[in-house]
Design a protein around this ligand. Sequence first.
Ligand code: SF4
Length: 402
Amino acid sequence: MSPRKHTKQLHVGGVAVGGDAPISVQSMTTTKTADVDGTLAQVYALKGAGADIVRITCNEVEAAQGLAEIVPRSPVPIIADIHFQYRLALAALEAGVQGLRLNPGNIRNEDQIKTVAKEAKDRGVPIRVGVNAGSLDKDLLAKFGSAVPEALVESAQKEIGYLEEVDFTDIKISVKHSNVPSMVDAYRLLSETVEYPLHLGVTEAGPLPGGLIKSVAGISTLLLEGIGDTIRFSLTADPVEEAKAGRQLLEFLGLRERKGLDLIACPSCGRADVDVIKVANEAQEKLAAANLPIQVAVMGCVVNGPGEAREADLGIAAGKGKGHLFIKGQIVRVVPESEMVDALLEEAHRLVEEGIEARLAAADADAARLAAETRAQLIEIQGDANNAAARRRRVAEVAGKA
Ligand code: SF4
């Protein structure tokens, strides 16, 4: 992973964005903003799923009025999403929002932009210049012929110029595109051009699973290059999925501390002694509900499972009708196969409460021996997937004799 590119730090309410602040997760509500209780319920759900900041549309007067009630009751900072009507940006500021998103493609009047910037500056509220390939400034579309990365970056620079003219520098920028390579190129170019924090996203990524794949491809590529300060998955799905995906991506990349479960599982193969998909899904469901901050492995066989998943905090591997519980690769208990998931759940709770050392010390004395016996029996029957060198030698011998 490349070192993170230095950017200026700003604050969206209590959440720092840019500089050395943790990369934050954003999502957007899908309710009508005038529906205060419905919108707040979604904001709370988004926070629960991992969102640090939530964006809400401010598309009409009733929405701005809704924001006035939502903002004081929200558990996270609220950004008002503004298109076309600069007056709604002023109304959202009056409602107390902690951030604004302006689309330079449809608020193009320089004086109006400066009026909003002056008001935001007085209130200490940052503005995201949110360029979108689908709604690019018509003059730039005419100049470049299409929404190429250079056009997106020029649109952002033009808007930044207006803001800087009135001494406004609490700026975040996004240059979203629905085409992943174009999105990546646009952000790379932008990152070379500005010091402001960048908000990453693949726009209109679509339903699952394609939307998720596009978003992960674009956002991860940039994060691994050290580009990006805040992210949003734009999925055609329940926004809770966006928040969850954003949070998990950051955890999987090691950019945020693990808050919840990380379930790893082998893909299964002919050697599996159990229906790995069924067991993994059941374990995922039960462990996710318990929301324990650990990595758990579900492995199809005791021949390779504990060794391959030795990095996991806890795991289970099947073999000859039994489940072999292991902690950091060491077998600690053997249970009937039908009790595998419940045993995993119970051990997960104990591990979080008591710690790895204590649970290793409490291991069943006989567990490792039982597992070794089962493993040896399975290898006798199936062969050892790890003795490939010996098998290659024997195959070569046979081939030589032929
Ligand atoms: Fe196959 Fe066992 Fe590896 Fe799972 S752990 S993929 S069952 S060899």
